[in-house]
Design a protein around this ligand. Sequence first.
Ligand code: CTP
Length: 393
Amino acid sequence: KAGDVGDRLNEKVYVVGGFVRDLFLNVENWDIDLVVEGDGIAFAIELNKELKGNTKLYKEFGTGMLELENGKTIDIVTARREYYEYPAALPKVEKSTIWSDLFRRDFTINCMAIQLNKDNQGKLIDYFGGFTDLKNKRIRVLYNLSFIEDPTRIFRAIRFLARYNFSLDEETKSFMEQALGENMLSKLSNDRIKEELVYILKEKSLSESLRLMQDLRILSSINNNLNISNEIIDKINSIKSYQDQFKDIFKDINIVLVKVMILLSEVEAEAINGLLDLFCVNKEIRSKIYNGLISKSKVYELLVEEDLDKYCLYQSLHTLSREAILFYYIDSDNAYIRHYLMFYTLNLQNKNISITGEDLKQLNIKPGPIYKDILDYVLEAKIKGLVYSYEDE
Ligand code: CTP
């Protein structure tokens, strides 16, 4: 349909970037980016008439987004004409507009386009050797200053290397090292670094990314306290098997939080807060991670006791997130600790009582701090197995 709309408006239209890359890699990808040589806004409006989604238009930038009913989105950008001045008397030369659009991108494998217009439908536009690099499993930049111009590409390279198990082209590696040597990462705000790190955290290949970042000394150049041991990388690598093993017990948890806790598990307490600026997207996540990390030694101290009281176990864990519980389970190899964590998760974490302050009022007990004492006492009795029903309570 995009091709038809392009034909109607007499504009060339291409699908570009990650979609094309993943098409050749046979990887599912529904992030569709279209480039239109012409008027992207008019194109977005026309295409939306066919697809019947919602449009978001950014007229100043000539870009638009279609949100389709099935939740998928299509991004549309207008390719701009660029003129290259030759010295002396030679005339200006107009580069093909799709060329200019592709040239400003990061790696050759992301710089391919496929034309959608009927006459050239399926024609691959590959000015920079992206297809060969895909075949050779190689990440390569288009020009030497690529990482200097946009240091976030250092993280993007890591992400693609790890995700597809590709290798870094030698020359590209030297450009990256040069940018790192010039401390280009310090030019990025914490928020931009965070955005890239969170992308990396969400990938399945996190342990491989960490290995690469350690080898290239990327993490320590972001923050001295961010030194990831091989042991941590192994634990990160093991998360998947725990997820499979406990898929019913720990479903609906945010696994990224567990990953961050493992990553920061060897960091000194005083340094944790500074590092959380690089990993946490909101306050709630931040406090879950912080509490999980800060409480770890206290929890471990308690959970190595042989005959731990159930209520005591409940009290030590119930204010912590379920992500923290799974983190402790992966982090600790002590059999007692693991036993108690599992017992708590299976038997205690959802324990609660049925009576409320209302019931106490009915019994003519004067409201005050005593309410909390009574309710806590009843919960303790319930956890210890002394009361079962509402009547008992
Ligand atoms: N891009 C770039 N430099 C960046 C970010 C993006 O050149 N710093 C370009 C790349 O060509 C990329 C395209 O913009 O293909 C779209 O970016 P994005 O959606 O972030 O990346 P994808 O390649 O689609 O990667 P992913 O599969 O992780 O979404």
